[in-house]
Design a protein around this ligand. Structure first.
Ligand SMILES: Nc1ncnc2c1ncn2[C@@H]1O[C@H](COP(=O)(O)OP(=O)(O)OP(=O)(O)O)[C@@H](O)[C@H]1O
Ligand SMILES: [Mg+2]
Length: 312
């Protein structure tokens, strides 16, 4: 499958007063994926986001967002990128509807479509009831929801969300995660930073873990799990109907298999690729009834903790 890169950085670097806070970063975000940016406080996530948006200038290196250089072409980038900052700010005397109308007009959204778009996005973020209430009276979570509506009203090609669920109640979190998950289908690529590992695991296709201005590991959850927790191996669990002496030796001879461990009816196969089809064929060929087979799943929590315990 050919995938287009929508956001790319090359040796992107930011120093503040001589201190490097983003260090020769090379990121790739593909079209219509949801990309999670993780890492401890101060790791450089927000600084990276600000450089992608042209809101702060890199000290060295370059960024490209949908074909544009944010430093040299900030207006083009702002036109196609939606952004929800870490701290959202609005005109307090306006209502959500008025705030969104203002943003929509600023972005040249066709006038006759604006009202319907506003109703739709307010519903998606759970603010329909408060559509005409002054934003100055809003709770933190309500402002956060409006921030997301703000970033999405122009149906951007790319949306960058800095901690989108911070301050939301559990129902709000679910609603916003569902909304984020629906964006690639509508042609919007998402980059989000978060400390909520479970939420990142739920919606992100790719993840980069930042530490001290560098990406320490990046890839799909499976890639990360294999790198951090399985010495780069695929672990495949093969469950058979009853313990079958000799099967472990047979599986160990399959090309690409490095180790087979046996626990009663379960054989845990370490391999250098996803050999499920080949293993299934081999089990059946050995006349052993196969109950099920699955590839080991990783929890982002375990991956993250492993990184920061060992390398933090
Ligand atoms: N305007 C600034 N001037 C000087 N130092 C800054 C500035 N902005 C950020 N920094 C420093 O850069 C480093 C990275 O900050 P950044 O805000 O990018 O971290 P972050 O990963 O977003 O953290 P958090 O998880 O807390 O949001 C920190 O050490 C911070 O103090
Ligand atoms: Mg931040």
């Amino acid at each position: 499958m050919d995938k287009n890169i929508v956001v790319e950085t090359k040796d992107l670097t930011k120093k503040y007063n001589g201190t490097t806070v983003v260090d020769q970063l090379n990121l790739h975000i593909y079209e219509n994926e949801i990309f999670g940016i993780l890492g401890p406080n101060g790791a450089g996530k927000t600084t990276t986001i600000l450089m992608l948006l042209g809101l702060t200038e890199p000290t060295a290196g370059t960024a490209t967002v949908a074909g544009h250089n944010p430093t040299r072409e900030p207006l083009q980038v702002k036109r196609i990128v939606g952004y929800m900052p870490e701290k959202v700010g609005f005109y307090d005397s306006l209502t959500p509807r008025e705030n969104l109308k203002f943003i929509a007009e600023l972005n040249n959204i066709p006038y006759h479509t604006i009202d319907a778009k506003i109703d739709e996005i307010l519903k998606a973020v759970g603010l329909s009831k408060q559509a005409d209430q002054r934003v100055g009276t809003f709770s933190r979570g309500m402002k956060q929801r409006l921030g997301i509506a703000d970033a999405l009203i122009k149906e951007p090609k790319v949306v960058i969300l800095d901690e989108p669920t911070a301050g939301l109640d559990p129902e709000g979190i679910n609603q916003i995660l569902d909304l984020i998950a629906s964006l690639p289908k509508r042609g919007t690529t998402v980059a989000l930073s978060s400390h909520q590992l479970y939420q990142v695991q739920r919606v992100c296709h790719s993840i980069a873990i930042f530490s001290r201005g560098k990406v320490v590991v990046a890839g799909s959850l499976d890639d990360l799990g294999r790198k951090a927790l399985a010495e780069g191996h695929y672990r495949i669990e093969v469950e058979v109907a009853q313990a079958s002496p000799g099967l472990a030796d047979i599986l160990a001879k399959v090309k690409g298999v490095s180790k087979v461990e046996t626990k009663d009816n379960l054989l845990i196969v370490s391999a250098d690729s996803d050999l499920r089809a080949e293993l299934a064929r081999t089990v059946v060929h050995a006349n052993v009834p196969l109950v099920q087979m699955k590839i080991q799943e990783f929890s982002l929590d375990a991956i993250y903790m492993k990184y920061f315990q060992e390398k933090g």
